[in-house]
Ligand binder design. Sequence first.
Ligand code: ADE
Length: 418
Amino acid sequence: MDFDVKDRGLAGKGKLRIEWAAQSMPVLRSIQERFAVEKPLKGIRMAACLHVTTETAALAKTLKAGGADLRICASNPLSTQDDVAASLAIHDEIPVFAIKGEDKDTYYRHIHSALGHSPQVTMDDGADLVSTIHSDRRELLPGIIGGTEETTTGVIRLRSMAETGVLQYPIIAVNDADTKHLFDNRYGTGQSTVDGIVRATNRLLAGSNFVVSGYGWCGRGVAMRAAGMGAKVIVTEVDPLRALEAVMDGYRVMPMAEAAGIGDFFCTLTGDIHVLRKEHFQAMKDGAIISNSGHFNVEIDLEALAEMAAKRRPIRDFVEEFQLADGRRVYVLGEGRLINLAAAEGHPSSVMDMSFANQALCSEYLAKNHATLKKQVYRVPLEIDKDIARLKLASMGVDIDTLTDEQVKYLNSWEMGT
Ligand code: ADE
């Protein structure tokens, strides 16, 4: 079997860590048990471009249990957990092409390897499979029945492809399920981003000025958790509604030009380019720590920072010091890549349980319904979203109320008034 991982010798460690993660993924486990019996993905060739983590391993085993012929590559050069990649290849016989720290050429070579069996279904986290297929591998298009997309940035790109008539097969936007973005993007990114910053720096957040750029679901989560650790959070935004929400959530809101000179920590989560740039680096305090938790490594203008720097050196794992001409130092975490996956382990398993339950059930949905789908970006069917919420609550031992007949009648009537 063809695969490319850093070190097969890490497989034993990976197996144990995968087992640990799976213990917190009861919803995915119940899907895996059903898939093993029903085989809804029997013989379907799938390529998944995901962060290769213990949680992704649990998803991969579920898809395989469902009968899929699966290949996996990384969706970010720094997010692969090499022990997990080794275990999936050695113990589960899943072709994995992913090495932490791989260069750009290797990253794209691995994407092409994952496409090596001419997949019928693609599973993306950032749309790299879809964009590679639509630009370099168009011969694969006729065989593809559909795909799924995990993240906000990917969904934005795919919607623009659909609107301009470029998209050539249906995509289900897993990110937009309520059981995905309300939990993974908020609580997952909130915890894992703070975890990444703390693991990389071992600095105290309490009492610091922590600038969060972007107040989408991910930014909301990071602001909430940084505040929970005692940081004084400042939010920067371009959207007036989100800015207003941040104000009423209790944070200071100001332009980055102002925040740049105040922040001790900065974290970008906007999905846009050069959110931190030359004019901001010029205003930063000595020792400012900057990081990104948005999907791509474009949010910090690292080229500008490199040009401004008189000296640069790695000072500890995942921390690079840039010394400016006047002696001030700015620290960049994880090369400006997703800090939660570069320096920590990504979102905790119990939240990925819901995200990946969506991925598994949407793959099944595509297998069953692809013939009726158009070249569009679809929402996750509401029944799937609600089922996952129900299963998650049940796994947590939480019961909820049901409407009485009188209440159902009331909600469906318009006659009853004041
Ligand atoms: N994205 C964020 N956290 C993740 C994780 N733990 N596994 C896979 N993808 C992720």
